[in-house]
Design a protein around this ligand. Structure first.
Ligand code: FE2
Length: 195
């Protein structure tokens, strides 16, 4: 049985932080980025059921959903070479790489609705980046490896599995609304993994 206490500690820290700081996004991100960094700098707490890639599409396993929808924590598992579409979030988010490495590419939306591709950065295991409508909210994330999975832990300032947001055609900027949902179909009760 996996000891998920580092995850439980992170969730407690994040919940207290949100209770203290409400909608003060800058303060929340400043406190939670190092806390998420501490979580992903250790790799022994994520049960295998939440680390399984799929051969065709990246997976999003819900690890925790705040009962008041102030917070959600998701394990993203990329198979070799897998990449997200260009997409936005519409809430603040933190991405911490637990295993492997990821390539993030930022996009900016122009006044005419087209997209301009921005910087690309590589995030190694243990690293954390933030996204939000005020920081830059449109990007892709790809597995940096084409021969093995990568896993990152995402934290959002809402229930990302029920937020209406958009993916974009990078060539035209055309937006398509979506709600991402979760891949937890056959996964066991995470909360039974600890005493
Ligand atoms: Fe994203």
């Amino acid at each position: 049985m996996t000891d998920i206490s580092p995850l439980r500690d992170f969730i407690a820290t994040a919940t207290r932080c949100i209770e203290r700081h409400g909608h003060d996004e800058a303060t929340i991100l400043a406190e939670l980025a190092p806390a998420l960094g501490r979580l992903v700098q250790q790799d022994h707490w994520l049960p295998d059921a939440f680390a399984q890639p799929d051969p065709t599409f990246y997976r999003q396993y819900l690890l925790y959903g705040d009962p008041l929808d102030r917070l959600s924590v998701v394990s993203f598992v990329w198979g070799p070479g897998q990449i997200t579409p260009v997409h936005d979030h519409r809430v603040w988010g933190l991405v911490g790489v637990l295993r492997g490495a990821e390539i993030g590419t930022a996009y900016q939306r122009n006044a005419d609705g087209t997209l301009t591709r921005g910087a690309t950065s590589r995030l190694e295991a243990g690293g954390v980046v933030a996204v939000s409508p005020s920081l830059g909210d449109i990007h892709t994330i790809a597995n940096a490896y084409d021969d093995r999975p990568s896993i990152s832990i995402h934290v959002y300032g809402g229930n990302i599995g029920r937020i209406r947001r958009a993916s974009f055609d990078p060539a035209t900027g055309a937006a398509r609304e979506f709600v991402s949902g979760y891949s937890n179909g056959q996964t066991p009760n995470l909360w039974a993994e600890t005493t």
